[in-house]
Design a protein around this ligand. Sequence first.
Ligand code: FES
Length: 105
Amino acid sequence: MADVTITVRKNGPYRVEGPIRLVDAEGNEYDLTGKPAISLCRCGASVNKPFCDGTHSRIGFQAAEAAVRREQQGEPPLGGAQVQGGPGHAAGDQAVPPPKMRTEM
Ligand code: FES
């Protein structure tokens, strides 16, 4: 079994470390040569999907697990970050240029 670790960053991306193969919806493989780790966008607001570009910090992204806990306490979600179309469906998705990988967050 490959030694891959996926870390859910608090209110941030999924950090993927280890040897992986990442492909787009058509099966085209991203070139991850020389990248021992990548961060995948979880907030849906990155302009460099599927990679995180740090936008989650700017928009005040609150991860679902944190929001659920607040909701269970009868409190509204923090931040009020609303992403049009939801995660993975931001406007302009089709026009996003080829990804520039960001390996450090
Ligand atoms: S999780 Fe970082 S930009 Fe979306």
